[in-house]
Ligand binder design. Structure first.
Ligand code: GMZ
Ligand code: MG
Ligand code: ZN
Length: 188
């Protein structure tokens, strides 16, 4: 049982995007049509928000720096995500993204915690808030700021699990999917 919301008074949940909310691809998610929600993810976000959680996103989007797509396309994906969550009866918090490439030396590309710092500035304390990701770098960014790391096995998650998680992360709860995580959290 995760003590979600007990530590962070903000009842905040931080989601990685690709491989957690929507399908991921080694060729990047470059167009609106390639942005395909994973089964149950939109409904899970809507259920969490109806239960009083603020659900925000922290995502690396190096495809911008690499020239694979532009900010307008990325914004269209996030507009679509918000529309779908609203249609499912919920609300989506803000999407925080790193548009930089691996060699840009920014502070916001996960595993750097800069996106989490932006979330703190906008939403307040993130201590104990679950950070749900499919890659080690997602979990590392969250742990660096006191979040509760949660691995889902969608996207790159199964590969991440197979590689093994560093003990420095502490305890990491593992769920098959965001929908599975949500079932557990809202049932307990
Ligand atoms: O999982 P989030 O953070 O939401 O987004 C990941 C994407 O930005 C892309 O990140 C890339 O990593 P590099 O940025 O090339 O290291 C690759 O892993 C792609 O497969 C993936 O689609
Ligand atoms: Mg991901
Ligand atoms: Zn960045």
């Amino acid at each position: 049982m995760i003590g979600i919301g007990q530590e962070s008074m903000n009842k905040l949940i931080i989601l990685d995007r690709d491989g957690v909310i929507n399908e991921d691809s080694d060729a990047y998610i470059k167009t609106l049509d390639e942005w395909i929600p994973l089964p149950g993810s939109i409904d899970a976000i809507a259920r969490l928000s109806r239960a009083g959680y603020t659900v925000v996103v922290a995502t690396n989007q190096s495809g911008i720096a690499r020239g694979y797509f532009d900010v307008a396309t990325l914004d269209a994906m996030h507009e679509r995500m918000g529309e779908l969550v609203r249609a499912a009866g919920g609300e989506m918090g803000k999407v925080f993204y790193c548009p930089h490439g691996p060699d840009d030396g920014c502070d916001c590309r996960k595993p750097a915690p800069g996106l989490i710092d932006q979330i703190v500035t906008e939403y307040g304390d993130v201590t104990g808030a679950p950070l749900i990701g499919d890659s080690l770098r997602d979990l590392e960014a969250g742990v660096a700021r006191g979040c509760q790391p949660v691995l889902v096995l969608t996207g790159k998650g199964a590969k991440t699990q197979d590689k093994g998680l560093p003990t420095a992360l502490g305890h990491v709860d593992v769920y098959d999917s965001l929908a599975d995580f949500t079932d557990h959290i809202l049932k307990d």
